[in-house]
Design a protein around this ligand. Structure first.
Ligand code: G6Q
Length: 537
């Protein structure tokens, strides 16, 4: 396969980028009165305005050419049909099968996986109904009022994000907490005011060997048994979400209370698998099915829409445009919805663990930039902190603004003010404020440069009707497929994460060294740090 940077479409984009680099969004809008309407797209109930990007119709054509040259279409089909596109782990990548409708066929290794998906969903639904109705009793006969999800990475970020996002629809007579960090503070604070007799722990771990999760789960089990004083209580207060039945059994959890998934579900793509049990407990089985329907709508759009009208493809290509032709290093995710407060954190893992790679699928080093740094905070909070740098700093930071037309909490003018701020920010970024405009306001000359906004700072605006389970599914699937599109262009493996291994191995070597006086054979810095810790221990 030719290197990305030698592809004709890439070279054409490079020349084109140089030609339009100095064009200002002000001029692009002035030249085309309909730009704000034509460079938009609506699909699966998601509206995208991409007109405030530094692109022309020619740019979009060339980007689509690049996608075609990289065989994005073939790669999408390969994913949806269960080819082992996660090469380094020799696995299929089939999170889309998690939302395939009953009765359809998705083969993996010659076996239709859809019946298993629905069997698990049905078991999860039956369990959630029992817990939510109070039919499921704790060891002492009390109903479950508190749910603590213990997991980390992909077994935490999706569940906590989804719970926060759908809190409006959640069972308000129950409380939900999420423990991930190995720092004992996390589990200590999460359980401090809970009644063990009313608490259900969900141990969410695909492998069931993750140090943080197993340590936290063991501490949780000790906490429970210290109060209930009967090992039989574990069966009523612990469930497992895992692919590893044997280790679940060894931990002491009845495998009848285990909800499984499969090696073709990557951790960061697993919030709609059994890993979503906490979400289903919060919003109920129907809410979870609505979430899956949202995912599915975006999947179908991604798989079938022509690239020119394909939301994830266009957004993926636009991010490639800024990374590879404008040197952009980050993307700001700016949801104007308090319920999406954990969405940027969720996307950090999805995007950065997937595309933070520097080796191609042909096992060679890339000679171009790949995955961006994703970050963000909900609006309007960010406006009073880091937006300054986006407006007037020296870096180009493409922004994704996300908003909802209807508020779930329509109080007074709150929603109008919120949305006015969203629209104002993208307008200010794109159009800025010229020195002439500042001067005309009567400011002294020396102050003019400080009050000038260069503008020409790109953004997407994504709007949905209102935040509900379906909308959340669409949004998450949108970004899953943006990540896929980027990975296909960059020709990297988006579905492994070898970069997390080395630190784990070194930590397991250092742990016994902290607990003993053994001779240290690290570098002088690590040795000194370990000695300092030992001295204080
Ligand atoms: C995600 C990663 C990683 C994983 C965690 C937890 O894609 O693989 O974040 O989800 O390391 O792993 P377990 O679910 O196996 O505990």
């Amino acid at each position: 396969m030719p290197s990305l940077t030698t592809r004709p479409a890439y070279l054409a984009l490079k020349a084109h980028a140089d030609a339009i680099r100095n064009q200002h969004l002000r001029d692009l809008f002035a030249a085309d009165a309909k730009r704000g309407e034509s460079l938009t797209l609506e699909a699966a109930g998601v509206f995208l305005d991409y007109s405030k990007n530094r692109v022309t119709a020619e740019t979009m054509k060339l980007l689509v050419n690049l996608a075609n040259e990289c065989d994005l279409k073939g790669r999408i089909e390969a994913m949806f049909t269960g080819e082992k596109i996660n090469k380094t782990e020799n696995r299929a990548v089939l999170h889309t099968a998690l939302r395939a409708p009953k009765g359809t066929t998705v083969n993996c290794d010659g076996k239709n996986v859809v019946p298993d998906v629905h069997e698990t969903l049905d078991r999860m639904s039956a369990f959630c109904d029992r817990v939510r109705s109070g039919d499921w009793k704790g060891h002492t006969g009390k109903r479950i009022k508190s749910v603590v999800n213990i997991g980390i990475g992909g077994s935490d970020l999706g569940p906590v994000m989804a719970y926060e996002a759908l809190r409006k629809y959640s069972a308000r007579d129950m409380q939900f907490r999420f423990v991930s960090n190995i720092d004992g503070t996390d589990i200590a604070e999460a359980t401090l005011d809970l009644d063990p007799a009313e608490t259900l722990f969900i141990v969410a771990s695909k492998t069931f060997t993750t140090q943080e999760t197993i340590t936290n789960a063991t501490t949780a089990r000790d906490w429970l048994l210290a109060a209930l004083k009967d090992p039989a209580a574990v069966a009523k207060h612990f469930v497992a979400l895992s692919t590893n039945a044997e280790v679940v059994r060894k931990f002491g959890i009845d495998t009848a209370n285990m909800f499984g998934f499969w090696d073709w579900v990557g951790g960061r793509y697993s919030m709609d698998s059994a890993i979503g049990l906490s979400t289903m407990l919060a919003v109920g089985p129907q809410g979870f099915r609505d979430l899956l329907a949202g995912f599915r709508a975006m999947d179908e759009h991604f798989r079938t829409a022509p690239f020119e009208k394909n939301l994830p493809v266009l957004m993926g290509l636009l991010s490639v445009w800024y990374v590879n032709f404008f040197g952009a290093e980050t993307v700001a995710i700016l949801p104007y919805d308090q319920y999406l407060k954990r969405f940027p954190a969720y996307l950090q893992q999805l995007t950065m663990e997937s595309n933070g790679k520097s080796v191609t699928l042909e096992n060679t080093s890339v000679d171009y930039a790949t995955g961006s740094i994703y970050w963000g905070e909900p609006g309007t909070n960010g406006q009073h902190s880091f937006y300054q740098l986006i407006h007037q700093g020296t870096r180009l930071i493409p922004c994704d603004f996300i908003g909802f037309l209807k508020s779930l909490n329509p109080l007074g003018s709150h929603h109008d003010i919120l949305m006015a701020n969203l629209f104002a920010q993208s307008e200010a970024l794109a159009f800025g404020k010229t020195a002439e405009q500042v001067k005309a306001e009567g400011h002294p000359d020396w102050l003019v440069p400080h009050r000038t906004f260069a503008g020409n700072r790109p953004s997407n605006t994504v709007l949905l009707e209102k935040l509900d389970a379906g909308a959340l599914g669409k949004l998450v699937a949108l970004y899953e497929h943006i990540v896929f599109t980027q990975g296909a262009i960059w020709n990297i493996g988006s579905f492994d994460q070898w970069g997390v291994e080395l630190g784990k191995v070194l930590a397991s070597k250092i742990l016994p060294e902290l607990q003993s006086a053994s001779e240290l054979k690290h570098d002088s810095s690590t040795n000194a740090l370990i000695r300092k810790y030992r001295a204080a221990r």
